[in-house]
Design a protein around this ligand. Structure first.
Ligand code: S3P
Length: 177
């Protein structure tokens, strides 16, 4: 159901935990539950970006463009290096850049919520706040493009239909293994 790889040995035990995965994979829901279980703080990277920019993600894409969003995203990840005992839910594109992956590897540990596309689509369908939301074929293509990046996370959990509570137990087990 899940596995770990390349578990970093250099982080202190309170280093941040980043949840990686596609739109609709459950990063925010599971992240909140995981933070509560571990008695960590929870942050949603998109919300940190919005607070820093003073605009919604949607407005950043429309008014400033995706490249600027990715720059702000990188800065927000960098700022996470100051946090400890924190679970951070990333946006679906944040783990795609090599630079971001390297940065997160130095800051903390990453967990990929590998969620089947049909479940992601069921959750995100019709959500107009996601600027990159396209039709099913476009989403399949985007997920396939990103899969190799997501797979570089330290741990992977195949979410299937597991509940957030079940996923929290599984992630906590992996993090302690
Ligand atoms: C994005 C996913 C979004 C948000 C932005 C870009 C992506 O976050 O960061 O719209 O590139 O997949 P969620 O994964 O929380 O929807």
């Amino acid at each position: 159901m899940s596995q770990s790889r390349d578990t970093p040995l250099t982080h202190h035990k309170d280093a941040p935990i980043f949840l990686v995965g596609f739109m609709g994979a459950g990063k925010t829901t599971v992240g909140r539950a995981l933070a509560e279980y571990l008695e960590y703080d929870f942050f949603d990277l998109d919300e940190l970006i919005e607070a820093r920019a003073g605009k919604s993600v949607q407005a950043i894409f429309v008014e400033l463009g995706e490249a600027e969003f990715r720059r702000l995203e990188h800065e927000a990840i960098r700022a996470c290096s100051e946090r400890s005992r924190a679970v951070i839910a990333l946006g679906g594109g944040a783990y795609v850049s090599e630079e971001n992956r390297t940065l997160m590897r130095t800051i903390g540990r990453t967990v990929w919520l590998d969620c089947p596309l049909d479940i992601c689509l069921r959750r995100i369908g019709g959500d107009t706040s996601r600027p990159l939301l396209g039709d099913e074929d476009e989403m399949r293509e985007l997920l396939e493009e990103r899969r190799a990046s997501y797979a570089q996370a330290n741990y992977v959990v195949h979410t299937g239909e597991l509940s957030p509570e079940q996923l929290v137990i599984e992630i906590a087990r992996l993090l302690n293994s």
